[in-house]
Write a protein that binds this ligand. Structure first.
Ligand code: ZN
Ligand code: ZN
Length: 312
């Protein structure tokens, strides 16, 4: 398979060291020539009884595995992550988490949005293989990038052709569609990115921009950007004269990393005449996957995080 991996333990967005004793205990028996008496080598080779191999380098805060052959080598990597309380990061693939609780510790929103939870009982080399080489599904094409949307929560895999372009793109858009003649499901993300769905159906995917932006920005957000997966009428936040980038839904735990976004929520609710105690209670009840939830954005110009909540 020869896919590069990293094994790390994150707390509050930062890597923290794994126990060296655990690394020595798990990888020692499959290390070519054995481990030194103490500490870890700068780099070393693994060889497993099934003929599997890998090269390992790094230190207790991040171990990289390259030239990974698959088989028992992956099982050793899985056991290491399990016992060290670490996550497995295959290059260009979703991060594997042991618990939903670990998601909030990952360092960036894109990673948090796509990470997959693998329960401890399934935490084996096979599970890693399934993420790196999704089976039995075919490998899907790369998704289009959107300047104003991280794609979090609005794209799902499918084998059905797109209702707009008729192509089997491997992905379907699952967010809101506005427009009398527009199909409310089955459009591929490429038809949104390239403006085909907007042109063909007169459809938009967003309908309210909160603030003033240039005409071409407004058109890009309304016609060529996925919508916000919201319970109530969503709105697009703006900052520094530009549309902000939508990062995803976020709850109280995640918001702890974005004090600037919490400030926007606090201001908005206080502005509606809510007493401070009630405002803090709302903030504590926000849930990334439930109700009430908050919608997190980042200014594309100054980097400030912004949020609003649909709980009124
Ligand atoms: Zn399409
Ligand atoms: Zn800004």
């Amino acid at each position: 398979m020869s896919h590069p991996f990293q094994v790390l333990r994150f707390r509050e967005g930062e890597p923290v060291a794994m126990k060296e004793a655990v690394i020595r205990e798990v990888l020692g028996p499959v290390t070519v020539g054995g481990m030194p008496d103490r500490g870890l080598p700068e780099w070393w080779n693994l060889r497993t009884p099934d003929g599997g191999e890998a090269e390992v380098y790094g230190d207790a805060s991040c171990l990289s595995f390259t030239r990974v052959s698959g088989g028992l080598v992956l099982d050793a990597m899985a056991e290491l992550a399990l016992r060290a309380g670490a996550v497995i990061m295959p290059l260009d693939c979703p991060v594997l988490l042991q618990r939903e609780h670990d998601r909030r510790h990952l360092p960036d929103a894109e990673m948090r949005a796509h990470a997959i939870v693998v329960p401890p009982t399934d935490w084996t080399g096979r599970a890693i293989e399934r993420v790196v080489r999704p089976l039995p599904e075919p490998r899907r094409p790369v998704l289009p990038r959107f300047a104003y949307h991280s794609r979090a929560g609005v794209v799902a895999p499918t084998d059905a052709p797109c209702v707009c372009c008729g192509q089997e793109r491997g992905w379907v858009y699952t967010g809101p569609v506005y427009g009398a003649g527009a199909p409310d499901a089955g459009i591929c993300p490429y038809c949104i990115a390239f403006g085909k769905a907007a042109e063909r159906y007169g459809a938009t995917f967003n309908d309210l921009i909160d603030g003033d932006v240039p005409e071409e920005v407004a058109r890009e957000i309304l016609e060529r950007t996925p919508g916000i997966p919201a319970w109530q009428s969503p709105r697009w936040l703006t900052h520094c004269g530009d549309g902000a980038e939508f990062l995803g839904t976020i709850g109280a735990e995640g918001l702890a990393h974005f004090p600037d976004a919490v400030e926007t929520l606090r201001r908005e609710w206080a502005g509606r005449g809510r007493p401070p105690a009630q405002v803090e209670e709302y903030l504590g009840a926000l849930d990334a996957a439930g109700m009430p939830t908050a919608y997190l954005f980042r200014c594309r110009v100054c980097g400030t995080h912004l949020a609003y909540s649909d709980f009124t």
